[in-house]
Design a protein around this ligand. Sequence first.
Ligand code: NA7
Length: 604
Amino acid sequence: MTSTSKPTPIDIDIDVAALNRKYAEERDKRKRSDAMGQYQALEGKFAAFGHDPHADPQFKRDAIIEDIDVLIIGGGFGGLLTGGRLREKGVQSLRIIEKGADFGGTWYWNRYPGAACDVESYIYLPMLEELGYLPSQRYPKAAEIYAHCQKLAQRFELYPAAFFQTQVQRVEWDESRQRWRVGTDREDMISARYVVSCTGLLSTPKLPGIPGIETFAGHAFHTSRWDYAYTGGNGDGNLTGLADKVVGIIGTGSTGIQTIPHLASSAKHLYVFQRTPSSVDVRNNAPTDPEFSKSLKPGWQRERRDNFTTIVGGGYAPVDMVQDSWTDIIRSVVPRLVDGTPMMDPDAVKLAEMTKMELTRRRVDAIVKDKAVAEALKPYFNYFCKRPCFHDEYLDAYNRPNVDLIDTKGNGVERITPRGVVVAGQEYPLDCLIFATGFDFLTDYSREAGMQVIGTGGQTLSKHWEEGPRTLYGFMTHGFPNFFTMSIAQAGAAVNYVHMADEQAKTIVHVITECMKKGVATIQPTEQAENEWVETIVSGAKGRRAFLEACTPGYYNYEGKRERAAALNDFYAAGPMAYVQLLDDWRANPDLPGLEKRFAGTDP
Ligand code: NA7
C-alpha cells in the first residue's frame, strides 16, 4: 500500500492522488478547442445520413387545413403520454404530427442490432398497469419497446389523430385569433389552440466532423438509421450481409456497446475505433419471472418507478426495489441513500467512487484476454461523468480473432479517406463504416426540433432562448402562450427519462384541460415567474457544473466547454423526485400560480 492509498471496504488499494492525476491526464488528452463545434448535422452533403430506412419514400397525402384544440409535435413517449392523458380527459380535437412513419420516437429510429433499454423495463415502459402488460424481460429489446408504443397509441385511439412522415416547420402565434398557426413540409395549415412540442431528447443524430468524412467511398450509415438492406439480419443480429465485409465502427458509448457484439459475430473483420472507453458493468438480463408478476399489487409500477428515481436521483429510500447495476452504483458510492448510514464526507465518497470504477476496470481484466487491449478498454473518469453502460457480451467481443480495437488514445479518428479510416497515420481499409456517434443534446432547441417558433410580437423562440432556455418549470415560456415544451432542461432530470416525461405530460394536460374548463383563452408564465425559475435553476446547478467541468469531455458537459447557454440547460438541483413533488403541489393549487390567464372574449 502506498503512503497516499487507503483501504476500502472491499479491500482494494486506491491511490487517490495518483488516480486523480490519471483522471486529469485522460480528460486533458480528450479536450478539444472546437468542443461542440467538432460535430456536424445531417444536412447538406450529409443529409442522406438522415434518410428514414423504415418509411415509404413514395408516401403522399393531401395537405390538410383544419382548426383543432391541441397539436402535439412528436409521437415518442412524450407525445404518446400527452395524447393518452388528453384522451383520458375526454379531449377529442387532437392532432399528432410525427416525422417517422409510426409512433415510437427513439424506439422508431433506434433499431440497430442489440438495441435495448438500459433502464429496467418494469419502470421504463409507461402505463403497464393501464395496459395490463408486463414486458418479457428486465431489459427488453428495442422491438418490444417499439411495440409497446404502438399499443399505447391503439389504446388511446391516437392513430386516427396522427400524421406520419410529416415535419412541422413553422409554429406562429396568431394574436387576432389567439391560436397557433402551424405549417408543415406537406403544406398543411393547422390552427391549434394549444401546441405541445415533444420532439425528444437525443433524437437528432450527429456525425463527427472528421476531415475527409464525405470522401468515404464504401457504405456508411448512422446507427439510428440502421441499413438492414445492406447488413441483413435484424435487431437480434445475424447480419449475414456482413459475412464478407470489413466493417469499422466509430463510437463506444451506450449504442456502440450494444451493437458491437453483433457486428463482431457477423462481420468478416471488425475494427472498433475508440476515443474514450465507457464503463461497462454487469447487465444480468433475465426473462420476467412469473412469480414476480404474481406478486404485483395495484399501484406497483408507480411505487417501483418512484423508488428507483429516488435512489438514483440522490434521495433516500429505505429499500432498493429494483436492485440492478444502476442502483448498485449508488449503493457503492453513496450508501446512505439506501441504507441510511450517516452522510459520508466528500473524501470518502471520492474513494468509494474510485473503488467502484476500479472494480469496473477489473471486470475488463477478468474478461479480455489480451492485456494491451484490456488496458485500452479501461475507463479513467469519475463514474458519473458519462452515462454508465451495462453489457455482458461487449467485452468478450474483443477476444474474437476477427475483432481489433483501434484505440485513438483520446484523440479520435484522424482522417477518413475514400478507402477507410486513418488513426495515428495508419489507414484501415473498410467496406462499411458505421457511426455510433450519438445525438445532439440540449443544443439549440429550434434547430434540434427542426422548426421555427414565433411567439407574441413576432419574437422567435431561438431569439428568446439565444442564451439558453427560459421557462417556468421547464415547460412554459413567457411570450409563447399556450405553447408547451417537454424537456429535462430546467426541469427534473432522471436516469429514467420516461418517468419525467410522464410527470410533465400530466402537468401539461392538467393546464390545458383546466383552461378548457374555465374558459381561459390564453395562458403563459408571467415574466417574473419565469425569471425566478431560471434563477432557481442557475443558482442551484453550481455544484453540478463544477463537477462536470472537471470531467472528461462528452455530451454531459458540452464537450468540456460550457458557456452560458449550456448553464441555462441545467436541471432542478433538488432532484427529480423533488421536481415531481413540486409539480404535484403546483397542480393542487387551482390558481395555477405563476401563470397569467386571459379569458375568452377579453381583448388581446
Ligand atoms: P454517445 O454516448 O454520445 O457516444 C458517442 C460515441 O462516439 C462516443 O464513444 C464518442 O467518443 C464517439 N465519438 C464521437 N466523435 C468521435 C471521433 N471523432 N472519433 C472517435 N470517436 C468519436 O452516443 P450513443 O448513441 O452511444 O448514446 C446516446 C444515448 O442513448 C446514451 O447516453 C443513452 O442515454 C442512450 P467520446 O466518448 O466522446 O470520446
